[in-house]
Design a protein around this ligand. Structure first.
Ligand code: JFZ
Length: 425
C-alpha cells in the first residue's frame, strides 16, 4: 500500500510476489500504445517561422511562448475527425493490450473537462467536450485497458514546476499551492469520472520539485479513492520505500531484471507529440525487433503515436502499426503472457522468451546456412517455425549446445520465431 511508505506494509518489506499483486494483467499484456496528444499538435513543432526539432510537446518551453500566446493554439484545436473506435481498432489490430494517453502534459492542457482549471478541452477549444470519455468507452468495448499519463509536477501554464528558467509570470507560483489547486483535484477527477477500474494505470512523469513529502501527499490522494492503483516509478516517492509498481527506462532496453516489472516507451519517429517536420519514421521491422528484445528481457513495450490536431493518426504510424499487426497475428504467442527468456543478453541471432513449457526463439539475424546454436542443454519435444509450421526444423544436442536446423535462408525480413516445446517436468 503506497500511502504508508514507512509502515510494516511498506514496499521494502514486500516479497516480489506481493509486489506484483495486481500487476499480472499488465505483465501479460507486454505490448501497449502510448498516445501524446494535446494542443501542441496544432503548431506541430513550429513557432514564429522557426522549426523546432525534438519533442513537439515541449514547444511552449523550447520557444518560451507566454501562456497568453500559447492559448491561441487551443482556439485552433478542433479534432472533428477524432474517432476513438478507429484508434482502438488500430491498437487491437497491432496486438496491443493497453493504451496510455496524456490526460495532461507539461503544457498543463487537460484533455478532459476540469473544475480545477479552465485550461481544458471543454472550455478552451471550439471542440468543447471531453476527449477521454469516448476513448475510455471504446477501450472498454474492445477489452483494451486504458491508463492516464498525468504530468503531476511540470505544468508551465497552471503554476506548476518549470524545467530550467521561467518565462511567464503565471509560472511564479507556490508549487504546493499548485498541487492543492490543480494537480490533486485533477487526479481525483481522473480517478472518479470514468468508472471503478479507470484508469488501469497512472503514468507520472518528470518529478522536478516533487519532494518525497509532496509525492506522498499526491499518493495519499490516489490511495483515498483508488487503493492499490497501478503506478509507474516517476511520481517522486523515495525509491527504497516505494518506487511505484514498474520502472520506466525510456527509449532504451535494459538487461534482464527478474522480479521487477518494467516498461520501455519508444516513439514511432523522434517526437512524442505530432511534429510536422519529423519524418524519421522507424521501419516496422525495427519496432518488431525492439518489441522482441524488450519481451525477451521481461519488460513491456509502450509504442507511442502522436495524433494530428484533427484527431487522426499520421499515415506512416498507421502503416507501421498494420505491419506490426501482421507480424503479431503470426507470432503473438511469443509476446503475450510470456516472461523473460533464459538469456540476459542478445545472442548472435536474436532473443528468446518463454511461457510454461514453451520457449520462443526470436531470430532477427538469420544464421549462416540456417544452423542455429542455442546455449541450452535440454532437448525440446518439438520445434516449429510460427510463420511456416510445415517447414522442416531439425534439433539435437551436440557438444552441450542445442543445434537447430532451419531453412538455409530467412523466410522473411522481420523477426522469425521458432517455438520450442519441452516435456512437462
Ligand atoms: C518525458 C517528457 O518530458 C516527454 O515529453 C515525454 O512525455 C516522455 C515520455 O517523458 O521525458 C523524459 C522523461 C524521462 C527521461 C527522458 C525524457 N529519462 O528518464 O531519460
Amino acid at each position: 500500500v503506497m500511502s504508508n511508505p514507512t509502515g510494516s506494509d511498506s514496499y521494502a518489506n514486500k516479497t516480489n510476489v506481493e509486489r506484483d499483486a495486481g500487476v499480472e494483467w499488465w505483465r501479460d499484456a507486454r505490448f501497449g500504445m502510448f498516445i501524446h496528444w494535446g494542443v501542441y499538435a496544432v503548431p506541430a513543432g513550429e513557432y514564429g517561422g522557426k522549426v523546432f526539432t525534438g519533442a513537439s510537446e515541449w514547444l511552449m518551453h523550447q520557444a518560451k511562448i507566454p501562456a497568453s500566446e500559447y492559448r491561441h493554439f487551443a482556439e485552433a484545436f478542433n479534432p472533428v475527425a477524432y474517432d476513438p473506435e478507429t484508434w482502438v481498432r488500430a491498437a487491437v489490430d497491432a496486438g496491443m493490450k493497453y493504451l496510455v494517453i496524456t490526460a495532461k502534459h507539461h503544457d498543463g492542457f487537460a484533455l478532459f473537462p476540469s473544475k480545477a482549471s479552465t485550461w481544458n478541452v471543454a472550455e478552451a477549444t471550439p471542440y468543447g467536450r471531453d476527449l477521454l470519455g469516448p476513448l475510455v468507452d471504446a477501450c472498454r468495448r474492445a477489452g483494451l485497458r486504458i491508463g492516464f499519463y498525468y504530468s503531476q509536477a511540470q505544468d508551465w501554464f497552471n503554476g506548476g514546476s518549470v524545467f530550467g528558467e521561467k518565462w511567464d509570470p503565471v509560472q511564479e507560483n507556490d508549487f504546493d499551492a499548485y498541487l492543492d489547486r490543480v494537480a490533486i483535484p485533477q487526479i481525483r477527477e481522473l480517478l472518479t469520472t470514468y468508472g471503478p477500474d479507470i484508469p488501469a494505470v497512472l503514468w507520472w512523469d518528470t518529478p522536478s520539485d516533487m519532494t518525497p513529502d509532496r509525492a506522498a501527499r499526491v499518493d495519499a490522494a490516489v490511495q483515498a479513492v483508488a487503493p492499490g492503483m497501478l503506478q509507474n516509478d516517476r511520481l517522486g516517492l523515495i525509491r527504497e520505500q516505494h518506487p511505484g509498481h514498474f520502472d520506466t527506462p525510456e527509449q532504451r532496453i535494459p538487461a534482464n531484471r527478474p522480479g521487477r516489472a518494467w516498461e520501455t516507451c519508444m516513439t514511432t519517429n523522434e517526437s512524442w507529440g505530432f511534429c510536422a517536420s519529423d519524418n524519421a519514421w522507424k521501419p516496422a521491422a525495427l519496432l518488431i525487433r525492439q518489441l522482441c528484445e524488450v519481451v525477451s528481457q521481461g519488460g513491456n513495450y509502450l509504442l507511442n503515436i502522436g495524433p494530428r490536431a484533427d484527431g487522426t493518426f499520421p499515415e506512416p504510424s498507421l502503416a507501421a502499426l498494420r505491419e506490426v499487426g501482421d507480424w503479431m497475428r503470426v507470432n503473438g504467442e511469443a509476446v503475450h503472457g510470456t516472461s523473460a527468456g533464459p538469456f540476459p543478453y542478445r545472442l548472435p541471432w536474436g532473443f528468446a522468451s518463454r511461457r510454461d513449457r514453451m520457449m520462443y526463439l526470436m531470430i532477427d539475424e538469420w544464421p549462416v546456412g540456417g544452423l542455429l546454436e542455442v546455449p541450452l542443454l535440454d532437448l525440446p519435444e518439438t520445434a516449429q517455425l510460427l510463420s511456416d509450421p510445415e517447414a522442416p526444423v531439425g534439433f539435437r544436442i551436440v557438444d552441450n549446445v542445442l543445434r537447430i536446423t532451419l531453412p538455409a535462408s530467412a523466410p522473411g525480413a522481420a523477426v522469425c520465431v521458432v517455438a520450442l516445446r519441452f516435456a512437462a517436468e
